[in-house]
Design a protein around this ligand. Structure first.
Ligand code: ATP
Ligand code: MG
Length: 375
């Protein structure tokens, strides 16, 4: 190993920074492997849910990736079974392969000569393997191999935590859905039952022949029915279609802005800077949409703005979004503690590895959002 062990370990720890989403972390692990082991290809496989196959999650080699993106490995035979059940390394010499090894032709075509697969061990067993491939003879000494096993234990524990926190996030999303649906249910059903009561009153006014009272009940029903429609629209605006998968921030924002403009008659403008679309993970997307809806609700309720301008761009690995209005502005430093909207925006952004800042003055308000991009 050309790089020192401490240095290598530090690089891996850096790659596993918490804020990032799991796909980014897995990709960083193979990228660091490639750099620090100076290998010619690196792959990260994780064991699938029923424990029967290793599925490739990340690869540091675009050419290879395009050929075998879907390759899965069955772990229940030979050396693969030893890796899975006993946490053993698999060391491959392509010119003198072990009888268990099936070396794909493409490996020879690409000039690969050796490889090592490192088990990612955790307290719940081996969760996957990191494979590094070389066009030279294996550059590791016996002591290095011990270090690789140790590294595999650190990575395994980390992967275990990532998987656990991903599950937590999924639960959080479910909780949120439940919360929103109960909010709608409580608000709307209360209003509709009030309408039903008014209809009963109107009907008894009719029985009594009291035309004036009947008219005033019918007017009240009209007002209340329109109110229900308005509340429903607002709730739908914040719920919108469910989000699935990573996605293009520009497309999400455009959809919400269109709806906002046509519903409330406030002029909107969207600028997407740069040629590439800005894509964020499913979780970051969900948080962005919720933050964005809160911004729009605040503009509607507090700003008296006539114009909203949204700008989307990308700098390094961060999506940068700003939402500006030309309204009356407010004093950001003296928001009452019982106000939750902006506070929740900050929490949502932080939970997805991003951040929010709000700048406001007599010219209007701008909310800046930063989010990690996917991949
Ligand atoms: N775009 C804006 N223009 C002017 N004032 C704003 C704007 N956004 C927020 N504010 C001010 O900041 C305060 C705090 O906003 P925040 O979203 O935290 O709470 P809220 O909208 O009052 O209530 P909720 O908890 O329902 O969101 C608002 O009450 C309002 O005075
Ligand atoms: Mg608000």
């Amino acid at each position: 190993m050309k790089h020192g062990r401490f240095e290598t370990l530090a690089a891996f720890c850096g790659a596993m920074e918490w804020a990032a989403d799991s796909e980014t972390i897995y990709q960083r692990i193979v990228d660091v492997s490639s750099e620090y082991f100076e290998c010619d290809s690196a792959h990260l496989h994780l064991i699938d849910i029923d424990g029967k196959r290793f599925v490739k999650y990340a690869s540091h080699d675009e050419f290879i990736e395009s050929i075998e993106a879907q390759v899965t490995v069955t772990p229940n035979v030979g050396r693969m079974a030893n890796l899975l059940n006993h946490g053993e390394l698999i060391i491959m010499d392509y010119e003198h392969p072990h009888e268990d090894d099936e070396i794909p032709d493409i490996a020879f075509e690409l000039g690969f000569r050796s490889a090592v697969s490192i088990p990612l061990s955790s307290s719940s067993g081996v969760l996957g393997m990191l494979t590094v491939v070389f066009t030279s003879a294996l550059p590791f000494s016996d002591k290095d191999l011990d270090f690789l096993l140790e590294l595999g234990r650190i990575l395994g524990t980390f992967v275990q935590r990532v998987q656990m926190s991903k599950k937590d996030l999924e639960l959080q999303v479910l909780e949120e859905r439940k919360h929103l649906s109960s909010e709608i249910h409580d608000n709307i059903s209360q209003m509709v039952s009030a309408l039903a009561i008014r209809a009963d009153i109107a009907s008894s006014c009719l029985d009594d022949g009291d035309v004036d009272a009947l008219r005033s009940e019918i007017d009240a029903i009209g007002v209340q029915a329109r109110q229900v429609t308005k509340v429903l629209r607002e709730e739908m605006l914040s719920l919108r279609t469910p989000i699935e998968g990573a996605g293009d921030v520009g497309a999400d924002m455009a959809e919400l802005l269109d709806r906002f403009e046509s519903q409330w008659g406030i002029e909107v403008e969207l600028t997407v800077r740069g040629e590439e679309s800005v894509v964020v993970s499913e979780y970051a997307r969900l948080q962005l949409v919720r933050i964005f809806n809160e911004c729009l609700q605040n503009i509607l309720r507090h700003s008296r703005a006539t114009m909203v301008h949204v700008s989307i761009g990308r700098k390094n690995n961060r999506a940068l979004i700003s939402i500006s209005d030309n309204g009356i502005g407010f004093d950001v430093s003296s928001v009452a503690p019982e106000r939750l909207g902006i506070r929740i925006m900050h929490e949502r952004a932080a939970s997805a590895g991003g951040k929010v800042s709000v700048v406001s003055g007599s010219q209007g308000t701008t909310v800046f959002i930063e989010m990690p991009v996917a991949g």
